[in-house]
Design a protein around this ligand. Structure first.
Ligand code: HEC
Length: 199
């Protein structure tokens, strides 16, 4: 009675593993980035992220004080490392942001002001697995990450001087701005946009 039961469980496990292996090996698990994620994938990704954040994100307020120095540093870091995917103040997605799987939210339109500071800190420090969201643990100090968090927490309520600094962050979205940039670099490129051969 007991033996066939165990054998049954083992058979099911092995069949499941072989099935999963064949599913992946035969290319039935999509590898493209230009589709909408299936429901099961969305559920697994969101649920594991939520559970990890509940367990691992630091609790409590942002240790970076709300002052111009920290805010300016946060805006500058954002311009260098984040705007290409998350957009500038105009909220226009770049070509890269639109093509990512998952799409990168344009934070000027769809911000994270209401998220706890520690949650945003965790996402920037560790990144989000199986999405384009990189981990910045090697690129930034903890203090720098908290400065970016400070900016993201206050993006919708900046004082006029900081609002000006935010508006000055160059947009990567929209071809007109890139066109204008290109004109300024005419001498550097031939007509195909390639660098001329060194003479
Ligand atoms: C290469 C593109 C890329 C770069 C660069 C990038 N991100 Fe992301 N980020 C993403 C993507 C894609 C997601 C969406 C992940 C998802 O759907 O779970 C994301 C998600 C986030 C989220 C969560 C948004 C939400 O609504 O919950 C925050 C916050 C964030 N990024 C902040 C940053 C910051 C700050 C930087 C710069 C230090 C940065 N990201 C750089 C691609 C990027």
């Amino acid at each position: 009675m007991f033996k066939p039961f165990v054998a049954g469980i083992l058979f099911t496990l092995v069949a499941g593993l072989v099935g999963a292996f064949l599913f992946v090996e035969m290319g039935m698990m999509p590898a493209n980035a230009d589709g909408r994620p299936p429901a099961l994938e969305r559920w697994a990704a969101h649920t594991s992220l939520r559970a990890t954040l509940r367990r691992d994100s630091p609790k409590g307020p942002n240790p970076a004080a709300l002052n111009d120095e920290n805010m300016k540093a946060g805006i500058k870091l954002y311009a260098m490392d984040c705007a290409v995917c998350h957009g500038a103040a105009d909220g226009k997605p770049s070509d890269i942001a639109m093509g990512l799987y998952q799409h990168a939210p344009q934070l000027a339109r769809d911000g994270v002001e209401d998220d706890p500071a520690g949650v945003t800190y965790w996402k920037i420090k560790h990144g989000i697995r199986l999405t384009g969201m990189p981990s910045f643990t090697k690129a930034m100090t903890d203090q720098q990450i908290w400065q970016v968090v400070l900016f993201l927490q206050n993006m919708d309520k900046l004082d006029p001087a900081m609002e000006k600094a935010w508006k000055a962050v160059p947009s990567h979205g929209g071809k007109e701005e890139l066109g204008a940039w290109r004109k300024g670099h005419d001498g550097d490129h031939d007509h195909d946009g390639r660098m001329p051969a060194k003479s």
